[in-house]
Design a protein around this ligand. Structure first.
Ligand code: DSN
Length: 422
């Protein structure tokens, strides 16, 4: 009998081991199009499962509140040094537990409760933590929100400037979770400078593209750069805050002791590994491949009569408006899931439907590019989506099952990093 993939776990807790195995099979067999997800390498997985997790290390390298930091200090210094090198940043903090705490730390560093803050509205493609009402950031601060133009689907920088002049926010966020176009960091920086605001570039979605030179960098334009590490950057679930040197102390104090306790050292190690991978020439190819695939997929979808917000994409993400297809986003997303194609149902700008039952689908190419799929595969992916959406409208489960088998065949030919081979 062959050795189980997780022998200790299988022996100690077969129930949980079976669930991990089931998730591995699901990730191996399906076409994962959620733009904020990816496959990490086996090396990143290993680093994240090490005994580094046994160690407490509140504080920063050389200034800890716990002894026994001979190794952890080196791990954190390595991760910080690599973050600074990959992004060209003056300062980096690798301790935020994830994107939301990282952004909360930014508020703690640069604003007082009740201050005005500005960000892109969530239904327009922003993020909860950019001052949206249901988030602590919209409850504890006065969030004013910009959007996109109805005619172009692109961020309206005139609106941003007018709003900033009128509202005088302390902090301006740019970036988001459903932004298919290049973010104009120099333009945002000019607006922030004019009104005396701190500019925060949230590059969680595009960090890997920035690292690989496939999207312009905010470094040198934004005062603070916030990113998660597990999306296009292909690292573990975590986050990094980067800043100009003048803001280094404020950012560090806000993360610890302002917001968090001990850093998750096993995650710091895995971030260091991911950054090492991101510094390799092959990662540049990966980042450009993600964008090339997204463009090819957008073109193939447009050719099939799909309506895409902003008319296409410049990055890893495509926002599909299904209004003209006469099928709600959620119905389509659930049908595609049954067909082995994993997507988000998502609001589109000015969506007449509710967020939990919106008009759109959000898809992206980071994961499929990690599996080695290229532009030649994108017409096939578009065809599956088209057939899946049509089947969703018709309630045609037979077609969904056929697509699922076709997807599984292609996935078997393109094993995912970090997962067992079939
Ligand atoms: N949940 C992330 C996403 O899917 O875009 C944002 O936090």
């Amino acid at each position: 009998m062959s050795q189980p993939r997780h022998p200790a776990l299988s022996a100690a807790d077969p129930e949980l081991a079976a669930l991990v195995g089931a998730e591995e099979r699901l990730q191996a067999d399906t076409l994962r199009l959620i733009p904020s997800e990816n496959y990490v390498s086996a090396a990143v997985l290993e680093a994240g499962g090490t005994v580094l997790q046994n160690k407490y290390s509140e504080g920063y390298a050389g200034r800890r509140y716990y002894e026994g930091q001979q190794v952890i200090d080196q791990v954190e210094r390595l991760a910080v040094g690599r973050a600074k090198a990959v992004f060209g940043a003056e300062h980096a903090n690798v301790q935020p537990y994830s994107g939301s705490p990282a952004n909360l730390a930014v508020y703690l560093a640069f604003a007082e409760p009740g201050d005005t803050v500005m960000g892109m509205a969530l239904p327009m493609g922003g993020h909860l933590t950019h001052g949206w009402g249901v988030s602590a950031t919209g409850k504890w601060f006065r969030g004013v929100q910009y959007g996109v133009r109805a005619d172009t689907g692109v961020t309206d920088l005139d609106e941003v400037r007018d709003l900033a002049r009128r509202e005088r926010p302390k902090v301006i966020f740019c970036g988001g979770t459903a932004v298919p176009r290049v973010i104009d960091f120099p333009a945002f920086a000019e607006i922030a400078r004019e009104v005396g605001a701190v500019l925060v570039a949230d590059i969680a979605h595009i960090a890997g593209l920035v690292a690989g030179g496939a999207h312009p960098s905010p470094v040198g334009h934004a005062d603070v750069v916030s990113t998660t590490t597990h999306k296009t950057l292909r690292g573990p679930r975590g986050a990094i805050l980067m800043a100009r040197e003048e803001h280094a102390k404020a950012v560090d104090k806000a993360v610890f002791p302002g917001l968090q306790g001990g850093p998750h050292n096993q995650t710091t190690a895995a971030i260091a590994v991911a950054l090492h991978e991101a510094a390799q020439p092959s990662f540049r190819e990966y980042a450009h491949g993600v964008v090339a695939n997204a463009r090819a997929l957008a073109e193939a979808l447009l050719a099939r009569g799909f309506d895409l917000v902003s008319g296409g994409t410049d990055n890893h993400l495509i926002l599909m408006d299904l209004t003209g297809k006469d099928v709600p986003g959620k119905v389509a997303a659930k049908a595609l899931d049954r067909a082995g194609i994993v997507v988000n149902y998502n609001t589109v700008p000015f969506d007449p439907r509710k967020p939990f039952d919106p008009s759109g689908l959000r898809i992206g190419t980071p994961s499929l590019t990690s599996r080695g799929l290229g532009t030649a595969h994108m017409p096939v992916v578009a065809e599956w989506i088209d057939r899946g959406v049509t089947a969703a409208r018709a309630g045609d489960e037979e077609t969904l099952a056929k697509i699922r088998a076709e997807v599984a065949d292609l996935m078997a030919a393109h094993p995912a990093p970090g997962l067992p081979m079939a």
